[in-house]
Design a protein around this ligand. Structure first.
Ligand SMILES: Cc1cc2nc3c(=O)[nH]c(=O)nc-3n(C[C@H](O)[C@H](O)[C@H](O)COP(=O)(O)OP(=O)(O)OC[C@H]3O[C@@H](n4cnc5c(N)ncnc54)[C@H](O)[C@@H]3O)c2cc1C
Length: 377
């Protein structure tokens, strides 16, 4: 069996590992020109579903390295005002570990070699009379397989073709996402799981990304063939604004200047946190979510996974975890087909029905939690 995966993001790469482990031939087609060509270094909280999926799909030799490049994420969730006075406590949680999307993606690329092809956007597909599917690529080429998995994120070209009526909605208001190298002073802002700061008309979410071991060094020691980026620990912050980002995001300088103006009168630790932003990894952020879609009836040679089908706001910390859960579930379904124990169409349909169920439940939960993070005027 040959599976084509559109998108080398978190979900697509996890699936590729799982399928290779099950003996399935897999080819990943990625739009970006190379693995570093886009800003993507934000913190991701991995919960039990995400971690279990990664462990199920990644080869065992990478498990220790995965553990080494995570960081603790537990304790009290504080709500403070802009002068850092405590407003309330949301209670302690211990829900998993933190990792960095860019580091995780580099780890997920390990061992996949030329099975991942960069500069190959999937722009459409055709289901062929012989029961195979042909993915059309932006460079004019094509690829043929038994199944095409759209793991191509929130703007999915595969979803647009498969489910043209599926709606993805942009949440009103806007956000700026940034990160600043972790120092003792900034670490004190997040003593536990996370901190929310409510100012008038603006709120700020703070989370710590403190790697157990520096990623590059950990890779050199634990899996020398894997090269991880030299990313230092940082404090991740998201500034939520009630309206659009004040300046057109022509460049970080304009956004940064406007953001600092909005924080006038805020505690100096918060102002300096934003002032010290790592420019390459800070940018405006659009928050989107999908309206639920029922199962599309007849299963085809095409399916979807992760943000391509159920994008959700980051407020629930579930987007990547759900994409990884999809990858592990689809791996199990397709492994049974590979072993000759199941038929492809019914295995894919079973995956889709379960994925739609928990995927859209996660969207709903994330939407419910969004007001906790949204500023009041
Ligand atoms: C600020 C922020 C914080 C977050 N925090 C968390 C968190 O704590 N926990 C959590 O679980 N989730 C979190 N998320 C959500 C999480 O990042 C996403 O849900 C997750 O990355 C989705 O994975 P994916 O593989 O479906 O899509 P993506 O990771 O978006 O990957 C899609 C890939 O497809 C490629 N692509 C796009 N179009 C095409 C095409 N036409 N052809 C080929 N390739 C294409 C893209 O370049 C990309 O590489 C957060 C998101 C943000 C923005």
């Amino acid at each position: 069996m040959k599976v084509l995966v559109a998108g080398a993001g978190i979900g697509g790469l996890c699936l590729a590992h799982g399928l290779l482990g099950a003996g399935v031939d897999v080819r990943v087609l990625e739009r970006e020109d190379d693995p570093h060509s886009r800003y993507q270094g934000f913190r991701i909280a991995l919960n039990e579903h995400g971690l279990a999926a990664l462990r199920a799909c990644l080869p065992e030799r990478l498990h220790t390295l995965l553990e080494a490049v995570t960081g603790p994420m537990a304790g009290e969730r504080l709500v403070l005002d802009q002068r850092l006075r405590e407003l309330r406590r949301l209670g302690a949680v211990d829900e998993g570990v933190a990792t960095d999307r860019h580091v995780l993606r580099q780890l997920l690329l390990a061992g996949l070699g030329d099975r991942v092809e960069f500069g190959k956007p999937v722009v459409g597909y055709e289901e062929r009379a012989d029961g195979t599917v042909e993915a059309h690529l932006g460079d004019g080429g094509s690829a043929v397989g038994d199944l095409l998995v759209g793991a191509d994120g929130v703007g999915s070209a595969v979803r647009r073709r498969l489910l043209p009526a599926a709606e993805v909605v942009t949440v009103p208001g806007n956000a700026v996402l940034g990160r600043t190298p972790l120092t003792e002073r900034f670490a004190a802002l997040v003593p536990g799981f996370g901190t929310v700061v409510h100012g008038s008309g603006v709120s700020m979410l703070l989370g710590r990304m403190e790697f157990r071991r520096p990623p590059r060094r950990a890779a050199a020691e634990l899996a020398p063939d894997v090269r991880l980026p030299d990313t230092g620990s940082y404090l991740r912050w998201v500034v939520m604004l009630p309206g659009p980002v004040p300046a057109e995001p022509e460049g970080w300088e304009a956004v940064h200047g406007e953001l600092l103006a909005l924080l006038d009168g805020w505690h100096p630790d918060l102002v300096d946190l934003v002032r010290g932003a790592d420019v390459v990894n800070s940018s405006p952020l659009t928050v989107r979510y999908a309206k639920p879609v029922p199962h599309w009836g007849s299963t085809r040679r095409v399916t979807l996974l992760g943000d391509a089908i159920h994008p959700m706001p980051p407020s629930g910390g579930q987007g990547a975890n759900t994409a990884l859960r999809d990858a592990a579930l689809l791996t199990r379904s397709l492994a049974a087909v590979q072993r000759g124990e199941a038929e492809l169409r019914s295995a894919v349909e079973e995956y889709e029905r379960r994925m739609l169920d928990y995927g859209f439940a996660a969207v709903a939960e994330s939407m419910e939690r969004l007001p906790d993070f949204t500023p009041t005027r």
